[in-house]
Design a protein around this ligand. Sequence first.
Ligand code: C5P
Length: 227
Amino acid sequence: MKLCIALDKSSAKENLELAKEIKDFDVWLKVGFRSYIRDGKDFLNELKKINPNFKIFLDLKLYDIPNTMADAAMEIATLDVDMFNVHASSGKIAMKTVMERLSTLEKRPLVLAVTALTSFDNDNFKDIYNDDISTKATQFAKDTFEAGLDGVVSSAFESFDIKSNTSKEFITLTPGIRPFGEDTGDQKRVADIALAKKELVDFIVVGRPIYKSENPKEVVKKILDNI
Ligand code: C5P
């Protein structure tokens, strides 16, 4: 299992300071809307300057018509990132189009699809998708697998079921992790490390429990010791 740290701090300077603090650990960094919209490509380059071995997950959750998504995916592939994501609810055709286009490249980043946001509880989810989270998340995962993507973003609670319905190698990346029972914030389906391990999760994403702590380096070390 790998640790992916969400760089969701309020300025590039603070995110880079956090990256410097944890540069000696074998971790992935997640760059999301907030920092990418504000700090763009230069920020990604700055991260690689701190440690060229940092792996970067660009969490922009693409959702659009197939051609626009494929165009965006090709632009992402020109950046120095190792993984990015789309929404599975954009549909199988859009996801297939993205993968077909990327397959023309010699090297491409890993591509994941979001099944259900971890901030949804079952009622919120059902209002939009007319189905229970567990049923629909598995269906979205099957679509994603059939479209040729590398894995899904889901809650830790769905990871085992998703792998059983696709493949053991199909990647699961799970946000909403509170490693040692920290404050949940807006996340509804929260899991700790023990549950993530039991569910065979490949990547845990941790944001606030690390970047809001007094000593992020200590928390990262403790998480890595536990996984
Ligand atoms: O602070 P916290 O650990 O809750 O951060 C989780 C991170 O994972 C945030 O950057 C959030 O945008 C992201 N994320 C999520 N749920 C998803 C996909 C991404 O919480 N399904």
